[in-house]
Design a protein around this ligand. Structure first.
Ligand SMILES: Nc1ncnc2c1ncn2[C@@H]1O[C@H](COP(=O)(O)OP(=O)(O)OP(=O)(O)O)[C@@H](O)[C@H]1O
Ligand SMILES: [Mg+2]
Length: 278
């Protein structure tokens, strides 16, 4: 046990689908080892070892500045680490040329951010088709429709972002991230800009994609309720993994975060399964 009361982070395989999401448990979709990233004097990641099992849903939490976004950026090949290794879908990123890295990012990695980053002049369908167009692949109407259907927006294909609610816009961003059927979906605070009802809508969708399709998902969040939708929560402090909770409840996560933030011992009961219903 560490000071905040959680077991040390497991490094292999990740949590086994607390709600039936795990497929190929033990197979890591993403694995980082001894991952380091410095920006001048600032050490953002200080030796992180983690594996995200295929078909699992992981939340990454920690105080502001603890390295969460840096971890995701490095794991997604958007940033080059200063040391250590990143393996995505069995491919070591360090050995790749810029061109191959770009291709792997496009094909095997999906990313959604707090800002939806949709192009305002394009319809939902055109936004979703964008990654394929960038890859010089001709997006089939059926593939775009299917991707929108997966996020429950088949009927909104012709709408522009300003004709959609925040939650719907984030779902379009998800459909765009998922159109290539990536090995892993990363979300950096994907519900950070949404209101309470819409947050739930997006989290239920993420959970459903894991359960229904085995979509490996890694999500940074500050919200214990959001984290309780995941199979496990990994906590970062000062660029290191400080612990993790399996089958997190919102209360357990909140207590753990409070423990981290006050550096006091005694986190909540991590054995309680969160009662989220979608
Ligand atoms: N491009 C950069 N240049 C310099 N320092 C950076 C850069 N990116 C991140 N950092 C620093 O690295 C550390 C980790 O940043 P990171 O953005 O990963 O934190 P975070 O956990 O995502 O925080 P938040 O919860 O506020 O989003 C911070 O000290 C930050 O200031
Ligand atoms: Mg961040």
């Amino acid at each position: 046990m560490n000071a905040a009361g959680a077991e040390p982070a497991g490094t292999e395989g990740g949590a086994r689908g607390a709600r039936g999401g795990a497929r190929g448990a033990g197979v890591a979709a993403v694995r980082v080892r001894a991952l380091r990233r410095s920006y001048g004097e600032v050490v953002a990641l200080d030796g992180v070892d983690l594996a995200f099992g295929a078909g699992t849903f992981t939340a990454v939490m920690g105080p502001s500045g603890s390295g969460k976004s840096t971890l995701l950026q490095c794991a997604a090949g958007l940033d080059r680490p200063s040391g250590g290794t990143v393996r995505v879908d069995g491919v070591e990123l360090a050995g790749l040329s810029e061109r191959r890295l770009t291709l792997l990012r496009r094909e095997r990695i999906g990313f959604v951010f707090q800002a939806f980053n949709l192009l305002p002049a394009l319809t939902a369908a055109q936004n979703v088709a964008l990654p394929l167009r960038l890859a010089r692949r001709r997006p089939s109407r059926a593939a775009v429709r299917e991707s929108l259907a997966r996020v429950g927006l088949a009927e909104r294909a012709g709408h522009r972002p300003d004709q959609l609610s925040g939650g719907q816009q984030q779902r379009v961003a998800l459909a765009r991230a998922l159109i290539t059927r990536p090995a892993v979906l990363f979300g950096d605070e994907p519900t950070g800009a949404l209101d309470t009802t819409t947050i739930r809508e997006v989290l239920c969708l993420l959970r459903e994609l894991v359960d229904r399709e085995g979509q490996t998902t890694v999500m940074v969040t500050h919200d214990p309720v959001a984290a309780s939708y995941a199979d496990r929560v990994v906590f970062l402090v000062d660029g290191r993994v400080s612990g993790e909770l399996a089958r997190p409840s919102a209360e357990g996560v909140a207590a753990h975060m409070a423990g981290l933030e006050s550096a006091a011992a005694g986190a909540g009961d991590d054995a309680v399964v969160g009662g989220v219903t979608c």
